[in-house]
Structure formats: structure tokens, C-alpha cells
Design a protein around this ligand. Structure first.
Ligand SMILES: [Ca+2]
Length: 112
């Protein structure tokens, strides 16, 4: 009888833990993808006609590429060009920064 009661209690505890876990992740994962997509669409649809033309798409991508290049150029040498070694160094620095950020988040008790 004692064993059964313990099993029931352990089961209830596990259930409560699983429920709290699921609830936490449900809240965290609740992203309004429609709203995100609509915002992104509006960003690309430069003239706001509700359609994305190839010109709008390419202009949007060119803008993104330009911003990307500006970031890359920060790691470029004096010649204004990015070598493979410089690119690897930038990538390594970026990964280390990400790792450090993740560690700090975990320290704060927030897993993401
Ligand atoms: Ca358009």
C-alpha cells in the first residue's frame, strides 16, 4: 500500500513537472508568425501595392547585402578586401561572442 501511494505521488510530481515544462515552452515558443511574415512582406513590398516584384525583391536583397558587406568590411584589412583568413577570424569571433552570450543567459537562469 505504501509503495502504491509513493508511486502515485511520484507520478503526480512528474506530471506536474512535465506540465510546468510544457507550459514554459509553450509560452516561449508562441511566436506570431503571421505578424512576422506580414511585417517582412511590407518591408520588401517597397511601393506597398500588396505584391512583391522582382525589382523590389532584388532591391531588398541588395540592401541586405550592402549592410552585410559593411559588417564584413569592419574586419577587413587596410586593403579594404576580406581575405579567407580575415573571414575565418570574424566567424570565430562571432561564434565566441554567441557562446559567451549563451553562457551568460544560462547563468541568469534563463535557458533561452
Ligand atoms: Ca510592390
Amino acid at each position: 500500500m505504501k509503495k502504491t501511494l509513493l508511486s502515485v505521488l511520484a507520478g503526480a510530481g512528474a506530471l506536474a513537472t512535465a506540465s510546468a515544462f510544457a507550459e514554459h515552452h509553450e509560452k516561449k515558443d508562441k511566436v506570431d508568425w503571421d505578424a512576422k511574415l506580414e511585417a517582412h512582406f511590407a518591408e520588401v513590398d517597397a511601393n506597398g501595392d500588396g505584391n512583391i516584384s522582382s525589382e523590389e525583391f532584388l532591391a531588398y536583397k541588395a540592401g541586405k547585402a550592402e549592410k552585410h558587406w559593411e559588417k564584413m568590411a569592419e574586419g577587413a584589412g587596410d586593403d579594404g578586401m576580406v581575405s579567407l583568413e580575415e573571414m575565418k577570424a570574424m566567424h570565430k569571433a562571432k561564434m565566441e561572442k554567441k557562446k559567451k552570450k549563451k553562457k551568460e543567459k544560462m547563468k541568469d537562469g534563463d535557458d533561452g
